[in-house]
Design a protein around this ligand. Structure first.
Ligand SMILES: *Cc1c(COP(=O)(O)O)cnc(C)c1O
Length: 389
């Protein structure tokens, strides 16, 4: 099935790099904090099933997703680790939480009550993690001075609801990955609010098995915030501006091949919009990758592909399914030669900066059409294509 597509564009997922990153992160956080792998959005584009299976083998404690369907995909693959659904779940789907043993984040007393009622109706109890809003202002119980006691009472009531099994409590940081005094003060204040609520709940006799707050930014900048679990996403995949600081390895290499090479005279316009004009007779490579594969169109005339003999700049606009690169100074490159769009030699984080976005958006954007090839010890161990048929 996939033979036909492999020599087009594919993403290599290096499971050894994932294992190496896992060990580095666990070492950094110490033995009392365990790893919760964030595998939402198909593991940031790397493939949730293979990544989850690898994390399970490595000894991770928990996984997190952002929809019931994502959790079900992982369960259908036979992965037994506990799964936390961080995102919004409609109360009508509470039955699925029970059926697939998924823990749910609860963000308000009303949401908790509807989950509890549905669980009671079905004769079960849903595991929940209480979400605290300490400054992200997305979802959760507010923890500022004015709302503190009101939230404390509400959380106590939630934890006593008959259809719920309170297992965890967590918060999420807004600027833990940013340097600067202001961001540092903001993050420390978020953490103080988190701890204040934990203490107040403890004083009321309400405790949790899993307290957690550390996203990637906190793992890098605030390793003292480990608590029971830490929750890194992007740095697990060796991407983002902080990955290098810890010596993490990029897990994904997005690759393509030179599909055709053409010789063009000077003064030719290339691609839609005629935004690039050859200044000299040029050897132009046509690559079977475009924005429909996840190569952002805003990288037109900005990015370059890596080859073992040097970089080849992208010429003109990136099309839906193809783009053109300059091979004039790379005579060694032939039709069929492999190129790296991003990966260990060509930083996705740098591409993201040039595109005006973040590495997360680039890896998540690698589309269904791109087969994932999983490597261990440099050898292919699995291959997945998400297209049907
Ligand atoms: C996505 C997410 C994470 C992981 O964030 P990174 O910045 O990728 O480390 C952690 N916690 C929550 C609640 C999230 O939504």
């Amino acid at each position: 099935m996939m033979e036909s597509t492999l020599k087009r564009t594919w993403a290599e997922i290096d499971l050894d790099a994932l294992a190496c990153n896992y060990e580095i992160l666990c070492g950094r956080m110490g033995p009392s904090s365990r790893f919760l792998g964030v595998v939402k959005a198909d593991a940031y584009g790397h493939g949730a099933v293979q990544v989850s299976r690898t994390l399970e083998e490595l000894g991770a404690a928990y996984l997190a997703v952002s929809s019931i369907d994502e959790a079900r995909e992982i369960r259908s693959a036979g992965i037994r680790l506990p799964i936390l659904q961080l995102g919004l779940t409609p109360a009508e789907q509470a039955g699925q939480l029970l059926a697939h043993r998924i823990a749910q984040a609860v963000w308000s007393e009303e949401s908790a009550l509807s989950f509890s009622r549905e669980a009671e109706r079905l004769g079960g109890r849903i595991k929940v993690h209480i979400k605290l809003d300490t400054g992200m202002s997305r979802l959760g119980f507010l923890c500022g001075e004015e709302q503190f006691s009101c939230s404390l009472e509400a959380i106590c009531r939630v934890c006593a609801m008959p259809g719920l099994e309170p297992e965890g409590i967590f918060t999420h940081f807004a600027v833990s990955d940013e340097v600067g005094e202001g961001s540092r003060a903001y993050t420390l204040s978020q953490h103080r609010q988190f701890e204040a609520m934990l203490r107040a709940l403890e004083a009321r006799g309400v405790g949790f098995s899993f307290r957690h707050c550390a996203n990637s930014g906190a793992v890098v900048g605030y390793p003292q915030f480990g608590h029971d679990l830490f929750r890194p996403g992007i740095i697990t995949y060796g991407a983002g501006h902080q990955a290098q600081e810890l010596g993490l390895r990029p897990v994904m290499a997005l690759k393509s091949v030179v599909g055709a090479i053409r010789t063009l005279p000077a003064d030719m316009s290339i691609s839609y919009g005629c935004t690039f004009r050859t200044e000299r007779p040029s050897r132009v490579g046509v690559l079977p990758i475009g924005y429909a594969d996840g190569l952002h169109r805003t990288l037109s005339n900005r990015w370059r592909v890596w080859t073992p003999h040097g970089f080849a700049p992208i010429l003109g606009r990136i099309c839906m399914d193809m783009c053109m690169v300059d091979l004039t100074d790379l005579p060694q490159i032939r039709e069929g030669s492999e190129v790296e769009i991003y990966g260990p030699h060509n930083s996705v984080t740098e591409a993201a900066q040039l595109a005006g976005t973040i590495a997360y958006e680039m890896t998540c954007a690698v589309s269904r059409r791109v087969p994932r090839v999983y490597l261990r010890g440099g050898r292919e161990v699995a291959r997945e294509l998400m297209l049907r048929g």
